[in-house]
Design a protein around this ligand. Sequence first.
Ligand code: CA
Ligand code: CA
Length: 416
Amino acid sequence: MRIFVWNILGPLLSTVICAQRNQRPVFTCGGNFTGDMGFIGSPGYPAVYPANTKCVWRVTVPQGKVVSLTFRVLDLESDSLCRYDFVDIYDGHINGQRLGRFCGTSRPGALVTNSNKMQVVMVSDANTAGSGFLAVYSAVRPNERGDRYCGGILDSPVGTLKTPNWPEKDYPAGVTCSWHIVAPQNQTIELWFDKFDVERDNYCRYDHVAVYNGGEKSEGRKIGKFCGDSPPGRVYSDGNHLLIQFLSDLSLTADGFIGHYRFRSKSITTIYNTSPYPTVTAPTTTRATALTYSEALCKQKCKRTGTLETHYCSSSFVITGTLISAVMRGESVLATFSIISVYKEGGLAIQQAGKSMSTRVVILCKKCPLVRRGLNYIVMGQTDEEGQGIISPYNFMMAFKVKKHRDLSVLKNMRC
Ligand SMILES: [Ca+2]
Ligand SMILES: [Ca+2]
């Protein structure tokens, strides 16, 4: 029986895998592939692929390993959203998450699944073609490092994550990127975004970034789901894992984002996690802070929300001061305050000359809040990496009256 099967399949297999004599692989439309390594290619590669075709390749590597696929050649009809001809890569064989959709000629980095199965689907329409694609798959250990298209394990004390194509072009349509940040046992993670532009939707239904407190995707551990063009507030993990997943659908795209993280010793973050006003668990589409100017940010109605109390804990710095100068910087204002009191320093850069202290703060939107020289203010806001204070319309700022000093002192002694 075995001989009989081999008699039929043997020659067939050898024509599929290697044409006789010249050992050149012959690529067919789809198929099932197993083993530690192999090539898949568009039908007839390197000849032009046929029109109106759909091919499905299913790759299975040994249990315990995951699939890594690298394009050696990519040449499919080019379109910014890959609407005509494309190759889709899925994590798993059935109903898997799409890892990416590719077309044109620029090759992505390695695409890596979370399981031992990958599905590759190529679709072509009636017109315009190219020589297709040639890709190699291999079995790798989960969490193996390497040049990935996007996502992966991040375990250095500081690091950066960004959407594919950042900052040259919009992120592509139809991708999923998962970054898993792992700190040592006794440390936690602080994450912030300094540029952020993800297709806007009130419920972030189309493209979004979801952040999970832990190493796995679970609704109960979700810190927030973000989209739009204002960066989400700073995120602090409870433990030593943080998972960030970026997903884009097959339509509109945007600039994308660049985010940074750093490890923190646990004692510092406890302060934030016991906050009665946690910023990180705010409703999912609320953006409590913004660290950079954007037109949309300043277009919003300028209306102060919340109270002194609700903002105290969520702000990185809280001071009172007299506005001594205000200089226009594009659509923003660089304001210098002579400091009356510091209630919360939060990394704010403070200049000292003799007995007087001052600080420079950027008011992102020149009209929100409107400030006047010579007046005293309670100023709350965020600080960036350089210790620059930043006030967005989301922050809290109000005229300072001496009696407020008592309220602020009470808040200072309260454990956030
Ligand atoms: Ca085509
Ligand atoms: Ca989209």
